[in-house]
Design a protein around this ligand. Structure first.
Ligand code: GDP
Length: 481
Protein backbone atom coordinates (compact mmCIF):
# COMPACT_ATOMS: atom_id res chain seq x y z
CA UNK A 1 0.00 0.00 0.00
CA UNK A 2 1.19 3.47 -0.92
CA UNK A 3 1.90 5.65 2.11
CA UNK A 4 3.47 8.76 0.63
CA UNK A 5 0.48 10.20 -1.21
CA UNK A 6 -2.41 12.23 0.15
CA UNK A 7 -5.82 10.63 0.62
CA UNK A 8 -9.29 12.06 1.15
CA UNK A 9 -12.74 10.70 1.91
CA UNK A 10 -16.12 11.63 3.30
CA UNK A 11 -15.93 10.50 6.92
CA UNK A 12 -19.59 10.81 7.84
CA UNK A 13 -22.43 8.52 6.72
CA UNK A 14 -24.10 8.96 3.36
CA UNK A 15 -27.30 11.00 3.43
CA UNK A 16 -28.44 14.29 4.89
CA UNK A 17 -27.10 15.48 8.21
CA UNK A 18 -26.47 18.64 10.18
CA UNK A 19 -22.82 18.45 9.30
CA UNK A 20 -20.69 16.22 7.13
CA UNK A 21 -16.95 15.86 7.31
CA UNK A 22 -14.34 15.40 4.62
CA UNK A 23 -10.98 14.19 5.81
CA UNK A 24 -7.66 14.78 4.08
CA UNK A 25 -4.46 13.07 5.23
CA UNK A 26 -0.94 13.01 3.87
CA UNK A 27 2.08 15.17 3.12
CA UNK A 28 0.26 17.32 0.56
CA UNK A 29 -2.91 17.87 2.57
CA UNK A 30 -2.25 21.55 3.27
CA UNK A 31 -1.66 22.50 -0.35
CA UNK A 32 -4.67 20.53 -1.53
CA UNK A 33 -6.96 21.96 1.14
CA UNK A 34 -5.82 25.49 0.34
CA UNK A 35 -7.12 25.04 -3.23
CA UNK A 36 -10.73 24.94 -2.05
CA UNK A 37 -10.68 26.54 1.40
CA UNK A 38 -10.34 30.26 2.17
CA UNK A 39 -10.23 31.12 5.86
CA UNK A 40 -12.28 34.10 6.95
CA UNK A 41 -10.56 37.39 7.92
CA UNK A 42 -7.83 36.66 5.37
CA UNK A 43 -5.96 34.23 7.63
CA UNK A 44 -3.48 32.22 5.52
CA UNK A 45 -4.03 28.47 5.77
CA UNK A 46 -0.40 27.78 6.59
CA UNK A 47 -0.64 29.88 9.78
CA UNK A 48 -3.51 27.80 11.20
CA UNK A 49 -2.89 26.58 14.75
CA UNK A 50 -3.11 22.82 15.15
CA UNK A 51 -6.31 21.37 16.62
CA UNK A 52 -8.30 24.61 16.36
CA UNK A 53 -11.44 25.27 14.38
CA UNK A 54 -11.50 28.07 11.80
CA UNK A 55 -14.47 29.44 9.89
CA UNK A 56 -13.92 29.24 6.14
CA UNK A 57 -15.53 29.43 2.72
CA UNK A 58 -15.49 26.42 0.45
CA UNK A 59 -15.00 27.12 -3.26
CA UNK A 60 -14.80 24.67 -6.10
CA UNK A 61 -14.55 25.04 -9.88
CA UNK A 62 -18.01 24.99 -11.44
CA UNK A 63 -18.97 25.21 -15.08
CA UNK A 64 -20.34 28.66 -15.75
CA UNK A 65 -23.61 28.27 -17.66
CA UNK A 66 -23.74 32.00 -18.51
CA UNK A 67 -20.67 31.69 -20.68
CA UNK A 68 -21.16 30.39 -24.18
CA UNK A 69 -17.91 28.43 -24.13
CA UNK A 70 -17.18 25.78 -21.50
CA UNK A 71 -15.56 27.77 -18.75
CA UNK A 72 -15.12 26.82 -15.11
CA UNK A 73 -15.02 29.43 -12.37
CA UNK A 74 -14.39 29.08 -8.63
CA UNK A 75 -17.77 29.33 -6.94
CA UNK A 76 -18.61 29.30 -3.26
CA UNK A 77 -20.58 26.16 -2.42
CA UNK A 78 -20.65 26.20 1.39
CA UNK A 79 -19.19 27.63 4.54
CA UNK A 80 -17.38 25.25 6.82
CA UNK A 81 -15.32 24.83 9.93
CA UNK A 82 -11.84 23.62 9.19
CA UNK A 83 -9.35 22.01 11.53
CA UNK A 84 -5.73 21.12 10.93
CA UNK A 85 -4.14 18.35 12.98
CA UNK A 86 -0.46 18.68 12.45
CA UNK A 87 1.72 15.57 12.07
CA UNK A 88 2.46 13.56 14.11
CA UNK A 89 -0.34 14.56 16.51
CA UNK A 90 -3.20 13.30 14.36
CA UNK A 91 -5.18 10.09 13.99
CA UNK A 92 -3.06 8.88 11.08
CA UNK A 93 0.16 10.43 12.35
CA UNK A 94 0.22 12.51 9.15
CA UNK A 95 -0.85 16.07 8.38
CA UNK A 96 -4.62 15.91 8.57
CA UNK A 97 -7.27 18.47 7.59
CA UNK A 98 -10.93 18.03 8.35
CA UNK A 99 -13.49 20.13 6.56
CA UNK A 100 -16.79 20.25 8.47
CA UNK A 101 -19.34 21.25 5.85
CA UNK A 102 -23.11 21.17 5.94
CA UNK A 103 -24.15 17.56 5.69
CA UNK A 104 -25.61 17.41 2.21
CA UNK A 105 -24.43 14.60 -0.05
CA UNK A 106 -23.85 16.98 -2.97
CA UNK A 107 -21.64 19.41 -1.03
CA UNK A 108 -19.53 16.61 0.40
CA UNK A 109 -19.13 14.87 -2.93
CA UNK A 110 -18.13 18.15 -4.60
CA UNK A 111 -15.51 18.83 -1.93
CA UNK A 112 -14.07 15.35 -2.31
CA UNK A 113 -14.07 15.52 -6.09
CA UNK A 114 -12.38 18.91 -6.07
CA UNK A 115 -9.63 17.53 -3.83
CA UNK A 116 -9.18 14.55 -6.14
CA UNK A 117 -9.08 16.91 -9.09
CA UNK A 118 -6.17 18.69 -7.41
CA UNK A 119 -4.26 15.45 -6.87
CA UNK A 120 -5.60 13.69 -3.79
CA UNK A 121 -6.53 10.01 -3.98
CA UNK A 122 -9.84 8.63 -2.69
CA UNK A 123 -9.00 6.59 0.43
CA UNK A 124 -9.53 2.84 0.47
CA UNK A 125 -11.85 1.43 3.15
CA UNK A 126 -10.07 1.66 6.51
CA UNK A 127 -7.05 3.40 5.01
CA UNK A 128 -6.93 6.20 7.60
CA UNK A 129 -6.74 3.60 10.36
CA UNK A 130 -4.31 1.47 8.36
CA UNK A 131 -2.02 4.47 8.05
CA UNK A 132 -2.38 5.08 11.78
CA UNK A 133 -1.25 1.49 12.33
CA UNK A 134 1.64 1.66 9.84
CA UNK A 135 2.85 4.88 11.46
CA UNK A 136 2.74 3.31 14.90
CA UNK A 137 -0.18 5.36 16.27
CA UNK A 138 -2.20 2.22 16.99
CA UNK A 139 -1.49 -1.48 17.17
CA UNK A 140 -3.76 -3.95 15.40
CA UNK A 141 -5.89 -4.72 18.45
CA UNK A 142 -6.53 -1.01 18.88
CA UNK A 143 -7.42 -0.62 15.20
CA UNK A 144 -9.92 -3.44 15.63
CA UNK A 145 -11.25 -1.73 18.75
CA UNK A 146 -11.97 1.41 16.70
CA UNK A 147 -14.18 -0.71 14.47
CA UNK A 148 -15.78 -2.41 17.47
CA UNK A 149 -16.58 1.00 18.94
CA UNK A 150 -18.34 2.02 15.73
CA UNK A 151 -20.20 -1.27 15.57
CA UNK A 152 -21.04 -1.71 19.26
CA UNK A 153 -24.66 -2.60 19.89
CA UNK A 154 -24.69 -2.92 23.68
CA UNK A 155 -23.07 -0.90 26.45
CA UNK A 156 -21.11 -4.00 27.43
CA UNK A 157 -19.62 -4.46 23.95
CA UNK A 158 -18.79 -0.75 23.86
CA UNK A 159 -16.93 -0.96 27.16
CA UNK A 160 -15.01 -3.96 25.95
CA UNK A 161 -14.00 -2.08 22.79
CA UNK A 162 -12.85 0.89 24.86
CA UNK A 163 -10.70 -1.30 27.10
CA UNK A 164 -9.10 -2.81 24.03
CA UNK A 165 -8.61 0.64 22.51
CA UNK A 166 -6.85 1.71 25.70
CA UNK A 167 -4.34 -1.05 25.01
CA UNK A 168 -5.48 -3.64 27.57
CA UNK A 169 -5.18 -6.61 25.26
CA UNK A 170 -2.04 -5.41 23.50
CA UNK A 171 -0.26 -4.88 26.84
CA UNK A 172 -1.11 -8.37 28.05
CA UNK A 173 0.00 -10.01 24.82
CA UNK A 174 3.17 -7.91 24.72
CA UNK A 175 4.04 -8.95 28.29
CA UNK A 176 3.74 -12.59 27.32
CA UNK A 177 5.84 -11.93 24.23
CA UNK A 178 8.56 -10.18 26.19
CA UNK A 179 8.88 -13.11 28.55
CA UNK A 180 9.13 -15.44 25.61
CA UNK A 181 11.74 -13.22 23.98
CA UNK A 182 13.85 -13.36 27.16
CA UNK A 183 13.65 -17.16 27.21
CA UNK A 184 14.59 -17.31 23.56
CA UNK A 185 17.49 -14.90 24.07
CA UNK A 186 18.89 -17.08 26.84
CA UNK A 187 18.41 -20.16 24.77
CA UNK A 188 20.07 -18.61 21.74
CA UNK A 189 22.95 -17.30 23.82
CA UNK A 190 23.33 -20.91 24.99
CA UNK A 191 23.27 -22.07 21.38
CA UNK A 192 26.11 -19.75 20.41
CA UNK A 193 28.34 -21.08 23.15
CA UNK A 194 27.31 -24.65 22.84
CA UNK A 195 30.86 -25.82 22.25
CA UNK A 196 32.05 -24.24 25.44
CA UNK A 197 29.31 -26.13 27.22
CA UNK A 198 27.74 -23.13 28.90
CA UNK A 199 24.12 -23.57 29.98
CA UNK A 200 22.57 -20.17 30.27
CA UNK A 201 19.24 -21.45 31.39
CA UNK A 202 18.81 -24.64 33.29
CA UNK A 203 16.37 -27.07 31.75
CA UNK A 204 14.00 -27.06 34.72
CA UNK A 205 13.89 -23.32 34.81
CA UNK A 206 13.21 -23.24 31.09
CA UNK A 207 10.36 -25.70 31.45
CA UNK A 208 8.89 -23.84 34.37
CA UNK A 209 8.93 -20.50 32.57
CA UNK A 210 7.36 -21.98 29.47
CA UNK A 211 4.62 -23.59 31.52
CA UNK A 212 3.85 -20.25 33.15
CA UNK A 213 3.65 -18.61 29.75
CA UNK A 214 1.41 -21.37 28.50
CA UNK A 215 -0.80 -20.82 31.56
CA UNK A 216 -1.12 -17.12 30.75
CA UNK A 217 -2.12 -17.88 27.19
CA UNK A 218 -4.68 -20.42 28.29
CA UNK A 219 -6.15 -17.94 30.80
CA UNK A 220 -6.70 -15.52 27.92
CA UNK A 221 -8.15 -18.26 25.75
CA UNK A 222 -10.71 -19.13 28.41
CA UNK A 223 -12.24 -15.68 28.02
CA UNK A 224 -12.81 -16.08 24.27
CA UNK A 225 -16.29 -17.55 24.58
CA UNK A 226 -17.62 -14.71 26.74
CA UNK A 227 -15.78 -12.12 24.70
CA UNK A 228 -17.33 -13.33 21.50
CA UNK A 229 -20.81 -13.39 23.03
CA UNK A 230 -20.45 -9.81 24.22
CA UNK A 231 -18.94 -8.50 20.99
CA UNK A 232 -21.07 -10.31 18.44
CA UNK A 233 -24.24 -11.20 20.28
CA UNK A 234 -25.92 -14.57 20.20
CA UNK A 235 -27.92 -16.20 17.46
CA UNK A 236 -31.15 -17.05 19.29
CA UNK A 237 -34.33 -18.87 18.41
CA UNK A 238 -37.70 -18.93 20.12
CA UNK A 239 -39.19 -22.36 19.66
CA UNK A 240 -42.21 -24.25 20.88
CA UNK A 241 -45.58 -25.57 19.79
CA UNK A 242 -48.03 -23.28 18.06
CA UNK A 243 -49.96 -21.20 20.60
CA UNK A 244 -47.42 -21.76 23.36
CA UNK A 245 -46.94 -17.98 23.40
CA UNK A 246 -43.73 -17.46 21.38
CA UNK A 247 -44.95 -14.37 19.62
CA UNK A 248 -46.38 -12.88 22.83
CA UNK A 249 -43.10 -13.51 24.58
CA UNK A 250 -41.09 -11.96 21.77
CA UNK A 251 -43.29 -8.86 21.94
CA UNK A 252 -42.93 -8.68 25.70
CA UNK A 253 -39.15 -8.81 25.38
CA UNK A 254 -39.05 -6.34 22.47
CA UNK A 255 -41.18 -3.83 24.32
CA UNK A 256 -38.37 -2.93 26.69
CA UNK A 257 -35.28 -4.44 25.10
CA UNK A 258 -35.24 -3.70 21.39
CA UNK A 259 -31.65 -3.15 20.30
CA UNK A 260 -30.29 -0.74 17.74
CA UNK A 261 -28.50 -2.79 15.13
CA UNK A 262 -27.24 -1.46 11.86
CA UNK A 263 -26.36 -3.56 8.89
CA UNK A 264 -22.80 -4.53 8.25
CA UNK A 265 -21.50 -2.89 5.04
CA UNK A 266 -21.84 -5.19 2.08
CA UNK A 267 -24.66 -7.22 3.57
CA UNK A 268 -28.35 -6.53 3.64
CA UNK A 269 -29.94 -6.84 6.99
CA UNK A 270 -32.28 -9.74 7.34
CA UNK A 271 -35.62 -7.98 7.59
CA UNK A 272 -37.02 -10.88 9.50
CA UNK A 273 -34.40 -10.46 12.17
CA UNK A 274 -35.08 -8.75 15.48
CA UNK A 275 -32.47 -7.82 18.02
CA UNK A 276 -32.84 -7.56 21.78
CA UNK A 277 -30.50 -6.48 24.50
CA UNK A 278 -30.87 -8.61 27.57
CA UNK A 279 -28.79 -7.51 30.54
CA UNK A 280 -26.12 -6.11 28.26
CA UNK A 281 -26.03 -9.04 25.83
CA UNK A 282 -27.30 -8.81 22.27
CA UNK A 283 -29.68 -11.56 21.15
CA UNK A 284 -30.23 -11.86 17.41
CA UNK A 285 -33.49 -13.55 16.57
CA UNK A 286 -33.89 -14.91 13.06
CA UNK A 287 -37.10 -15.59 11.23
CA UNK A 288 -39.26 -13.74 13.72
CA UNK A 289 -41.86 -13.28 10.99
CA UNK A 290 -42.14 -17.06 11.04
CA UNK A 291 -42.89 -16.94 14.73
CA UNK A 292 -45.52 -14.29 14.24
CA UNK A 293 -47.29 -16.19 11.49
CA UNK A 294 -47.01 -19.55 13.14
CA UNK A 295 -49.89 -19.19 15.59
CA UNK A 296 -52.58 -19.92 13.03
CA UNK A 297 -50.57 -22.54 11.28
CA UNK A 298 -50.91 -26.24 11.36
CA UNK A 299 -48.99 -27.97 14.12
CA UNK A 300 -46.53 -29.71 11.79
CA UNK A 301 -45.36 -26.51 10.15
CA UNK A 302 -44.74 -24.94 13.55
CA UNK A 303 -42.70 -27.91 14.65
CA UNK A 304 -40.75 -27.96 11.39
CA UNK A 305 -39.78 -24.32 11.89
CA UNK A 306 -38.77 -25.07 15.47
CA UNK A 307 -36.57 -27.92 14.36
CA UNK A 308 -34.88 -25.78 11.75
CA UNK A 309 -34.23 -23.00 14.27
CA UNK A 310 -33.04 -25.57 16.77
CA UNK A 311 -30.24 -26.62 14.44
CA UNK A 312 -28.96 -23.13 13.71
CA UNK A 313 -29.30 -21.20 16.94
CA UNK A 314 -26.77 -20.98 19.72
CA UNK A 315 -29.36 -20.11 22.35
CA UNK A 316 -32.87 -21.53 22.46
CA UNK A 317 -35.83 -20.04 24.22
CA UNK A 318 -38.20 -23.00 24.38
CA UNK A 319 -41.73 -21.88 25.22
CA UNK A 320 -44.08 -24.38 26.84
CA UNK A 321 -47.74 -23.65 27.51
CA UNK A 322 -48.00 -24.40 31.23
CA UNK A 323 -51.78 -24.20 31.17
CA UNK A 324 -51.94 -27.39 29.11
CA UNK A 325 -50.56 -30.85 29.80
CA UNK A 326 -47.12 -31.53 28.34
CA UNK A 327 -47.64 -32.77 24.80
CA UNK A 328 -45.39 -35.32 23.10
CA UNK A 329 -44.14 -32.45 20.88
CA UNK A 330 -43.06 -30.49 23.97
CA UNK A 331 -41.18 -33.50 25.27
CA UNK A 332 -39.52 -34.03 21.91
CA UNK A 333 -38.37 -30.39 21.77
CA UNK A 334 -37.05 -30.64 25.35
CA UNK A 335 -35.05 -33.71 24.42
CA UNK A 336 -33.86 -32.50 21.02
CA UNK A 337 -32.59 -29.20 22.41
CA UNK A 338 -30.56 -30.80 25.19
CA UNK A 339 -27.14 -30.00 23.71
CA UNK A 340 -27.74 -26.29 23.34
CA UNK A 341 -27.74 -23.45 25.78
CA UNK A 342 -31.42 -23.03 26.49
CA UNK A 343 -34.05 -21.45 28.65
CA UNK A 344 -37.16 -23.54 29.17
CA UNK A 345 -39.97 -21.06 29.62
CA UNK A 346 -43.17 -22.19 31.32
CA UNK A 347 -45.58 -19.63 29.92
CA UNK A 348 -49.17 -18.65 30.82
CA UNK A 349 -48.65 -18.96 34.55
CA UNK A 350 -51.49 -16.46 35.00
CA UNK A 351 -53.85 -19.31 34.05
CA UNK A 352 -54.44 -22.44 36.16
CA UNK A 353 -51.16 -24.28 35.77
CA UNK A 354 -50.98 -27.91 34.64
CA UNK A 355 -47.24 -28.14 34.03
CA UNK A 356 -45.02 -27.34 37.01
CA UNK A 357 -41.25 -26.91 37.17
CA UNK A 358 -40.93 -30.35 38.76
CA UNK A 359 -42.68 -31.94 35.76
CA UNK A 360 -40.19 -30.47 33.36
CA UNK A 361 -37.32 -31.42 35.65
CA UNK A 362 -38.59 -35.00 35.68
CA UNK A 363 -38.71 -34.90 31.91
CA UNK A 364 -35.13 -33.61 31.84
CA UNK A 365 -33.97 -36.41 34.12
CA UNK A 366 -35.63 -39.02 31.96
CA UNK A 367 -34.07 -37.74 28.78
CA UNK A 368 -30.88 -39.75 28.61
CA UNK A 369 -28.80 -37.56 26.34
CA UNK A 370 -25.07 -37.85 26.76
CA UNK A 371 -22.55 -35.00 27.13
CA UNK A 372 -25.12 -32.53 28.33
CA UNK A 373 -23.87 -29.63 30.40
CA UNK A 374 -26.42 -29.11 33.20
CA UNK A 375 -25.34 -25.45 33.45
CA UNK A 376 -26.71 -24.92 29.97
CA UNK A 377 -30.36 -25.39 30.90
CA UNK A 378 -32.47 -23.12 33.06
CA UNK A 379 -36.16 -23.18 33.76
CA UNK A 380 -38.34 -20.10 34.30
CA UNK A 381 -42.08 -19.70 34.80
CA UNK A 382 -43.49 -16.52 33.25
CA UNK A 383 -46.61 -14.94 31.95
CA UNK A 384 -46.13 -13.18 28.65
CA UNK A 385 -49.54 -11.66 29.23
CA UNK A 386 -49.07 -10.10 32.68
CA UNK A 387 -45.24 -9.88 32.37
CA UNK A 388 -44.87 -11.76 35.63
CA UNK A 389 -41.40 -13.31 35.80
CA UNK A 390 -39.98 -11.32 32.87
CA UNK A 391 -37.16 -9.77 34.92
CA UNK A 392 -36.19 -13.18 36.17
CA UNK A 393 -36.30 -14.49 32.61
CA UNK A 394 -33.87 -11.80 31.44
CA UNK A 395 -31.54 -12.60 34.32
CA UNK A 396 -31.67 -16.32 33.54
CA UNK A 397 -30.94 -15.71 29.86
CA UNK A 398 -27.83 -13.74 30.81
CA UNK A 399 -26.80 -16.42 33.33
CA UNK A 400 -27.02 -19.27 30.88
CA UNK A 401 -24.90 -17.35 28.37
CA UNK A 402 -22.27 -16.09 30.76
CA UNK A 403 -21.83 -18.28 33.77
CA UNK A 404 -19.48 -16.25 35.87
CA UNK A 405 -20.36 -12.62 35.36
CA UNK A 406 -17.55 -11.45 37.63
CA UNK A 407 -15.08 -12.84 35.17
CA UNK A 408 -16.36 -10.54 32.46
CA UNK A 409 -16.18 -7.51 34.71
CA UNK A 410 -12.74 -7.95 36.17
CA UNK A 411 -10.65 -9.40 33.42
CA UNK A 412 -9.65 -8.78 29.90
CA UNK A 413 -11.65 -10.65 27.30
CA UNK A 414 -10.62 -12.00 23.93
CA UNK A 415 -13.32 -10.96 21.50
CA UNK A 416 -12.18 -11.98 18.05
CA UNK A 417 -11.72 -15.29 16.34
CA UNK A 418 -8.50 -13.91 14.86
CA UNK A 419 -7.03 -13.42 18.33
CA UNK A 420 -8.24 -16.79 19.50
CA UNK A 421 -6.68 -18.60 16.57
CA UNK A 422 -3.36 -16.83 17.02
CA UNK A 423 -3.35 -17.67 20.74
CA UNK A 424 -4.18 -21.30 20.04
CA UNK A 425 -1.29 -21.53 17.57
CA UNK A 426 1.05 -19.78 20.00
CA UNK A 427 0.03 -22.21 22.72
CA UNK A 428 0.51 -25.20 20.48
CA UNK A 429 4.03 -24.05 19.61
CA UNK A 430 4.86 -23.82 23.31
CA UNK A 431 3.48 -27.31 23.91
CA UNK A 432 5.75 -28.49 21.09
CA UNK A 433 8.72 -26.73 22.69
CA UNK A 434 7.98 -28.42 26.03
CA UNK A 435 7.81 -31.75 24.27
CA UNK A 436 11.16 -31.07 22.58
CA UNK A 437 12.72 -30.32 25.97
CA UNK A 438 11.18 -33.44 27.47
CA UNK A 439 12.62 -35.54 24.64
CA UNK A 440 15.99 -33.82 25.06
CA UNK A 441 15.99 -32.59 21.49
CA UNK A 442 18.60 -29.99 20.64
CA UNK A 443 18.23 -26.38 21.75
CA UNK A 444 17.80 -25.53 18.08
CA UNK A 445 14.54 -27.47 17.92
CA UNK A 446 13.19 -25.77 21.02
CA UNK A 447 14.14 -22.37 19.63
CA UNK A 448 12.26 -23.03 16.39
CA UNK A 449 9.05 -23.65 18.33
CA UNK A 450 9.54 -20.61 20.51
CA UNK A 451 10.10 -18.40 17.48
CA UNK A 452 6.90 -19.75 15.94
CA UNK A 453 5.02 -18.95 19.13
CA UNK A 454 6.41 -15.41 19.11
CA UNK A 455 5.35 -14.99 15.53
CA UNK A 456 1.74 -15.95 16.33
CA UNK A 457 1.58 -13.68 19.37
CA UNK A 458 2.98 -10.83 17.28
CA UNK A 459 0.21 -11.28 14.74
CA UNK A 460 -2.33 -10.26 17.37
CA UNK A 461 -0.86 -6.80 17.94
CA UNK A 462 0.54 -6.53 14.44
CA UNK A 463 4.18 -6.46 15.46
CA UNK A 464 4.82 -9.40 13.12
CA UNK A 465 1.89 -9.12 10.78
CA UNK A 466 1.87 -9.83 7.07
CA UNK A 467 0.06 -7.83 4.38
CA UNK A 468 -2.42 -10.62 4.25
CA UNK A 469 -3.40 -10.16 7.88
CA UNK A 470 -3.61 -6.38 7.47
CA UNK A 471 -5.81 -6.75 4.39
CA UNK A 472 -8.14 -8.99 6.34
CA UNK A 473 -8.35 -6.65 9.33
CA UNK A 474 -8.84 -3.43 7.37
CA UNK A 475 -11.22 -4.82 4.74
CA UNK A 476 -13.94 -4.71 7.40
CA UNK A 477 -13.70 -0.93 7.72
CA UNK A 478 -15.72 1.63 5.84
CA UNK A 479 -14.28 4.36 3.61
CA UNK A 480 -13.36 7.44 5.63
CA UNK A 481 -12.32 5.53 8.78
P1 GDP B 1 -47.32 -18.67 19.35
O1 GDP B 1 -48.13 -19.40 18.36
O2 GDP B 1 -46.46 -19.59 20.13
O3 GDP B 1 -46.56 -17.52 18.80
O4 GDP B 1 -48.36 -18.11 20.44
P2 GDP B 1 -48.98 -16.64 20.59
O5 GDP B 1 -48.02 -15.73 21.21
O6 GDP B 1 -49.61 -16.23 19.32
O7 GDP B 1 -50.08 -16.93 21.68
C1 GDP B 1 -51.14 -17.84 21.46
C2 GDP B 1 -52.33 -17.45 22.33
O8 GDP B 1 -51.96 -17.54 23.70
C3 GDP B 1 -52.76 -16.00 22.12
O9 GDP B 1 -54.15 -15.96 22.18
C4 GDP B 1 -52.15 -15.26 23.28
O10 GDP B 1 -52.86 -14.13 23.64
C5 GDP B 1 -52.16 -16.31 24.36
N1 GDP B 1 -51.08 -16.12 25.34
C6 GDP B 1 -49.77 -15.99 25.11
N2 GDP B 1 -49.09 -15.86 26.27
C7 GDP B 1 -50.01 -15.89 27.26
C8 GDP B 1 -49.92 -15.80 28.68
O11 GDP B 1 -48.87 -15.65 29.30
N3 GDP B 1 -51.10 -15.89 29.35
C9 GDP B 1 -52.30 -16.04 28.74
N4 GDP B 1 -53.38 -16.12 29.50
N5 GDP B 1 -52.39 -16.13 27.41
C10 GDP B 1 -51.28 -16.05 26.67
Amino acid sequence: MQLDDTICAIATPVGEGGIGIVRVSGPDSQRLTSKIITLRRGIPLQTMKSHQLYLADVRVALLDSEMSSVHAAMKKIDEALVVHMRAPRSYTGEDVFEIHCHGGPLVLTMVCEALIQEGARLAEPGEFTRRAFLRGRLDLTQAEAVLDTIRATTSMSLQLAQEQLAGGLADTVERIRERLIRVLAHLEAGLDFVEEDITFLEQDELKETLMLIQGDISTLLKTAEHGRIIREGVNTAIIGRPNAGKSSLLNALLRTNRAIVSSIPGTTRDVLEEALTVNGILLRLRDTAGIREASDEIEEEGIRRSEEALKQAELLLLVIDASQDLAPEDIKLIQDSAKKKRVLILNKTDLPVKVHERDVEACLNEASVEDVNPDHTVLVPVSAKTHDGMDRLRQKIADVLIRDRRETRDSLLITRLRHKQALLSAQEAIVNALFAIEQEFSCDCVAVDLRASLQYLGEITGSTSTDDILDRVFSEFCIGK
